[in-house]
Design a protein around this ligand. Structure first.
Ligand code: NAP
Length: 257
């Protein structure tokens, strides 16, 4: 049966930029009702207009994913407006390119609190009402960086590994509750997050292409989806090479510059 996005209620965190913004516009074109959550209210208000002009309905929700109370209020506003949340896309995130020798506790703390605690707060804001309703779909945007500790990415790789395992546990625990759980592992996507990298990023994808692939993975209720396949294959292979070989390969790679 064809998946029907029309009138689906989708809450997207990190909607003001990059992947979240592209998902919101793609859902607008499909006639969905989209909760747009990020910190920059003025950007969200403008985007809400674009989503509505594309054919959807939109609600701008200024909130910080690190704040559990703000996240609960934002989810409540979506339910007041449209009755429930069908799909949560926990997408908000930040990335850093700091070498291990320069490890900065405050910066690493920011990465972990946005990328991990932010996802926990997002799920906690929608899950009780999904359980009560006996349905819903939780989606997290993790990264291929979750598979191994990448160079200059200690906090980022750690945060994405945490999100992926968090979602695996949720998937197991929610199996009999009618709630689908999907974790997405993208490679490199052209967004403000990857802008300004000096080196060419392998298999870099355009953001609208990435958004379409993510929506298709949600439609088929994939448990996990890693893309593009070429980079996913490399990363899966690297997961199984001996540590000594991995260290040599990874320390000579320069894509994080
Ligand atoms: N681009 C890639 O190559 C790539 C690859 C793999 C995975 N990912 C993951 O995909 C997700 C989106 O990345 P992107 O490339 O689209 O990045 P982006 O363009 O930098 O967008 C990040 C989004 O997160 C929001 N955000 C950041 N901190 C927040 C906070 N504390 N509270 C609420 N919202 C917050 C930002 O909005 P405000 O600043 O307005 O709050 C923005 O909308 C991230 O989780 C990232 O790790 C990206």
């Amino acid at each position: 049966m064809r998946y029907e996005w029309k009138d689906k209620v989708v809450l997207i965190t990190g909607a003001s930029s990059g992947i979240g913004r592209a998902l919101a516009l793609a859902l607008g074109r499909r006639g969905s009702r989209v909760g747009l959550l990020a910190r920059r209210a003025e950007v969200l208000i403008e985007l809400a207009g674009e989503v509505e002009r594309a054919g959807g309905k939109a609600l701008a929700l200024a909130a910080d994913v690190r704040d559990a109370g703000e996240m609960k209020k934002a989810a409540e506003r979506v339910r007041e407006q449209w009755g429930h949340v069908d799909v949560l896309v926990a997408n908000a995130g930040m990335s850093t390119t700091t070498a291990g020798a320069d490890l900065d506790a405050a910066e690493a703390g920011d990465v972990i609190s946005i990328n991990v605690i932010g996802v926990v707060n997002s799920v906690a804001a929608v899950l009780p009402s999904m359980i009560e309703r006996g349905g819903g779909h939780l989606v997290a945007i993790s990264s291929l960086a979750a598979y191994r500790g990448l160079p200059k990415s200690g906090a980022y790789s750690a945060s994405k590994a945490a999100v992926s395992t968090l979602f695996e546990s949720l998937r197991v625990d929610l199996r009999k509750r009618g709630i689908a759980v999907t974790v997405i592992h993208p490679g490199f996507i052209r967004t403000p997050m990857t802008a300004g990298r000096k080196k060419r990023l392998p298999f870099l994808l355009e953001v609208d292409d990435a958004a379409c692939r993510i929506l298709r993975a949600i439609e088929r209720r994939a448990r996990t989806y890693a893309f593009p396949w070429q980079l996913a294959a490399v990363v899966r292979l690297l997961k199984h090479v001996p540590n000594a070989l991995y260290d040599r390969i990874a320390s000579n790679s320069s894509f994080r510059d």
